[in-house]
Design a protein around this ligand. Structure first.
Ligand code: NAD
Length: 297
């Protein structure tokens, strides 16, 4: 089945996601504020238009992949917001990572216009976006998820239904808060071992087969040279940026306050990554948090 898809936001993630939909035979009408992003999509076979409102004309499905809550609310809501331009009954897949509260607000406004919307934030990074192996964490109704499935399956491999509108964002934030805490904890433990005379590779091998093991020790070791393919062994280039982790830890802190939950380790991790970012490391991979604990001589 070939559909006409309006795709808005063609950055690091949206660009390759749109290209995978084109490869699967869909017709793409695309819009981004950055001309270079539009050009890459048109080179891949998409039709570029001059505004988001133009992109949604005649589209069966609308997909957005924007930086943050304010971009999503700014695009969809308000007197001239995109929801006023989208045809009733159209399916909207909002894939940005944003505050659960924003996702719910936009979803309620969409429902009032008879538009079907799911929040579908992703995990898996730019590598997953290119390979079409993203994990989608969806909030919305069973029916809307079922309708979105053929498109999500083109862009991703694992698709989870977290719950009602906004639940996808909550689950994504919980995962990334834990990831941020675990990476800082792993860096701290390795630095402690090295400060006490251990070899970082030997200690990593021991932890990887002991009870402290986690995703960082298995696949993404923060110590340079321990894992050849990890960003730590490539001057912390590529991967998942410190400022993106900081954004997600900020969303976790907001969600925590909203729900009156307690997240002391998440807050501490947010402060550690904020400090690290202010020291000029915002664009490095988040495993560079190791530099807070250990300076190579
Ligand atoms: P990006 O900054 O590379 O891309 C965002 C794009 O949106 C830009 O090209 C920008 O020009 C465009 N844009 C902003 N406002 C717009 C508007 N009003 N109309 C049209 N285009 C607009 O960001 P990204 O890395 O692609 O991330 C997108 C989302 O995915 C974020 O919410 C991020 O947190 C999340 N995410 C990113 C990663 C990652 O590794 N990069 C991983 C998982 C989730």
């Amino acid at each position: 089945m070939s559909s006409t898809i309006a795709f808005i936001g063609l950055g690091h993630m949206g660009g390759p996601m749109a290209q995978n939909l084109i490869k699967a035979g869909h017709t793409l009408r695309v819009f981004d504020l950055v001309p270079a992003a539009l050009k890459a999509a048109t080179d891949a076979g998409a039709t570029a238009v001059d505004s988001a409102a133009q992109a949604v004309v005649g589209a069966d499905v609308v997909i957005t992949m924007l930086p943050a809550s304010r971009h999503v609310e700014g695009l969809y809501l308000g007197e001239n917001g995109l929801l006023t331009a989208i045809t009733k009954g159209t399916l909207v897949l909002e894939c940005s990572t944003i505050a659960p509260e924003s996702a719910r607000k936009v979803s309620v406004a969409a429902a009032q216009q008879g538009i079907r919307m799911i929040d579908a934030p992703v995990s898996g990074g730019t590598g997953g976006a290119v390979a079409g192996t993203l994990t989608f964490i969806v909030g919305g109704t069973d029916d809307d998820l079922a309708a979105a499935m053929p498109y999500l399956q083109v862009m991703g491999k694992n698709i989870f239904h977290a719950g009602a509108a906004g639940a996808g964002q909550v689950a994504k934030i919980c995962n990334n808060m834990l990831l941020g805490i675990q990476m800082a904890g792993t860096a701290e433990a390795l630095a402690l071992g090295v400060a006490n005379g251990l070899d970082p590779k030997t200690l990593s091998d021991i932890i990887a087969k002991s009870s402290g093991r986690n995703w960082a020790t298995e696949l993404y070791n923060p110590w340079p040279g321990v894992m050849a393919q990890a960003p730590a062994s490539h001057d912390y280039e590529g991967g998942f940026g410190v400022d993106l982790m900081l954004k997600d830890l900020g969303l976790a802190a907001e969600a925590s306050m909203q729900a009156r939950a307690t997240t002391p380790l998440g807050e501490l991790a947010r402060n550690l990554y904020a400090l690290h970012s202010t020291q000029g490391n915002g664009k490095l991979d988040f495993s560079s948090i190791l530099k807070l604990y250990h300076q190579p001589h």
